[in-house]
Design a protein around this ligand. Structure first.
Ligand code: ZN
Length: 423
C-alpha cells in the first residue's frame, strides 16, 4: 500500500495524516483521520453515509518528540432499519470507543512499567501523561491475562511475603482502630513459575477463598502443593484440595533447625556466663559457622568448629543440637521413604541424647509435618519458584515506592510474572 510521507513517518495503524504544523510554542500538531470502514456499534453494519465530524484530542506516544494528535472523528448514519441507533461515531482498534489515548501508547506504558520495572509515576513523567493513564493501562492489561481457570497447573506453590510494615487505620465514625494486615500470599504454578494469584493475608481464609473460586476440575488436576510449614495454609488445603498431596518446603525446615541451634547457643551462653555472648567468646564469634551446612564447611572451618565445641561448650549441649540440625538436613536430602524413615529414627535418637527442649520442639514439628515431608522426599516439590517470584516482588515494591492501593500492587505482580513466564 502506498501512503504519503507524513502517514508513513507517523505510522499509526488505521490512520492517515492530513496535516502537520508547528505551533508558536514549538509544539507539533498532527491531524489524522481514520482510513478504516466504520461499523455501527449497535448492529455492526458498515455505513458510508456521513453525519458529521468532530475533532478529538488523542494522547499518543512521542514521535521524534512530543506531538499533539487531533483526530477528525466521523459520525455516520446507521441505515439498518432493525437497529435502534440512528447514528454512531467511528472507533478503531487503536482508539476504541470512549478511549482518549492510542492502543500503542497504552502498550508502551505497560511495557515501560512491567518490562523495565519503572515506577508508574516515573513512566508517566517520561511519556508526558498522567499517573492515572498509566494505571488504567495496567488495569486493562491485567484483564487481558489468560484466565487462571483456563490453565491446568499440576504442581502449586504457596508462600507468604510481607507487603509492607504494619499500619493502623482509624474508622472516622466509630473511632475504632483496625490493624492493617501487611501480608500477602502468592500462589504459583511450580512448573512454569507463573504467579496465578495474589491474596491478602497469610491465614487460611485468603488462600481458601481463592481455591474455592476455582472450578472443581481445576482443583482435581492439582497433584502436589508445596507450602511453608504454615498450619493456616495446610488447613485451607485440607478443605479445598483434600485429595492433593501437600509438600513442605525443605529450606524452611532447615531454617527452623538453624533457629533452634541459635536459641540453644544463646541459652547455654546465658547459663554458663550469666550474660549475652561477646565477640571474645568462640561460640559467639563463630556463630555463622554453626549454621553453615556441614558439607559446605572447609577443612579450616571444620577444625574451628571442633575447637568451639571443645573449648566453649563444656556441657556438650551445643554439639548435640548441631548434630540434630545436621541430621535433619540429611533427612531432607534422602531420596526414598525408607531412607527418610531411618533418618527420622536417628534424628529421634540424637534429640533424646541432646536432651534440650528446643531440639524436642523441632522434633515435634518434624513429626507433625511428617506426611508433608514424605511428599517432599518423593516429589521434590519445593517453594523455590515462589521464592524466586518473591525476589521479583521485592523489586516491584522498591520501584513502586510503597503502594497505597494494594490492588495496584497485585496487578503489578501478576503482569510482571506473566511477562517473565512468556519470555
Ligand atoms: Zn446500527
Amino acid at each position: 500500500m502506498r501512503t504519503d510521507a507524513a502517514t508513513t513517518v507517523f505510522n499509526l495503524p488505521g490512520y492517515r495524516v492530513t496535516s502537520a504544523e508547528v505551533l508558536a510554542c514549538g509544539q507539533r500538531r498532527i491531524r489524522v483521520e481514520s482510513v478504516l470502514e466504520a461499523g455501527c456499534r449497535g448492529c455492526g453494519v458498515i455505513s458510508a453515509r456521513r453525519h458529521s465530524r468532530r475533532l478529538q484530542r488523542v494522547r499518543d506516544i512521542r514521535v521524534a518528540g512530543p506531538v499533539e494528535v487531533i483526530w477528525s472523528k466521523r459520525r455516520f448514519f446507521c441505515d439498518e432499519p432493525e437497529c435502534g441507533r440512528k447514528t454512531f461515531a467511528e472507533s478503531t482498534p487503536q482508539v476504541p470507543a470512549y478511549s482518549r489515548s492510542t492502543a500503542r501508547l497504552r502498550q508502551a506504558l505497560t511495557e515501560a512499567v512491567i518490562g523495565s520495572g519503572r515506577a508508574a509515576s516515573e513512566t508517566a513523567t517520561a511519556f508526558g501523561v498522567s499517573w492515572w493513564l498509566v494505571q488504567r493501562a495496567l488495569d486493562a492489561a491485567v484483564l487481558k491475562l489468560p484466565d487462571v481457570d483456563s490453565l491446568a497447573p499440576v504442581r502449586l506453590g504457596i508462600d507468604e511475603h510481607r507487603f509492607r510494615s504494619v499500619r493502623f487505620f482509624q474508622d472516622p465514625a466509630t473511632k475504632a482502630w483496625t490493624r492493617y494486615e501487611p501480608w500477602m500470599s502468592t500462589l504459583v504454578d511450580l512448573d512454569t513459575g507463573q504467579v496465578l494469584g495474589v491474596v491478602d493475608g497469610r491465614d487460611s481464609t485468603g488462600v481458601g477463598d481463592w481455591l474455592k473460586a476455582r472450578p472443581l476440575g481445576w482443583r482435581l488436576g492439582v497433584q502436589v502443593v508445596a507450602i511453608d510449614p504454615s498450619a493456616a495454609f495446610r488447613k485451607a488445603l485440607r478443605m479445598w484440595l483434600p485429595r492433593t498431596a501437600v509438600s513442605v518446603d525443605a529450606f524452611h525446615l532447615s531454617m527452623l533447625a538453624n533457629a533452634m541451634v541459635t536459641e540453644v547457643r544463646q541459652r547455654l551462653c546465658q547459663e554458663a556466663k550469666g550474660r549475652r555472648g561477646r565477640a571474645t567468646d568462640p561460640v559467639w564469634a563463630n556463630r555463622r559457622l554453626l549454621l553453615k551446612g556441614a558439607e559446605r564447611l572447609s577443612d579450616r572451618g571444620r577444625n574451628r568448629l571442633q575447637v568451639v565445641f571443645a573449648v566453649d561448650d563444656s556441657t556438650g549441649g551445643l554439639q548435640a543440637v548441631w548434630d540434630v540440625k545436621e541430621q535433619l538436613r540429611t533427612l531432607l536430602r534422602t531420596g526414598s521413604i525408607a531412607d527418610a524413615t531411618a533418618a527420622k529414627a536417628e534424628l529421634g535418637r540424637l534429640v533424646d541424647r541432646a536432651g534440650q527442649p528446643e531440639a524436642r520442639r523441632l522434633y515435634r514439628t518434624v513429626c507433625r509435618w511428617w506426611n508433608e515431608i514424605e511428599v517432599l522426599i518423593v516429589t521434590g516439590a519445593t517453594t523455590a519458584k515462589v521464592e524466586a517470584n518473591n525476589t521479583a516482588i521485592k523489586n516491584i515494591k522498591r520501584t513502586g515506592r510503597g503502594f497505597v492501593n494494594n490492588t495496584n500492587y497485585k496487578t503489578r505482580i501478576l503482569l510482571r510474572s506473566a511477562a517473565r513466564t512468556a519470555a
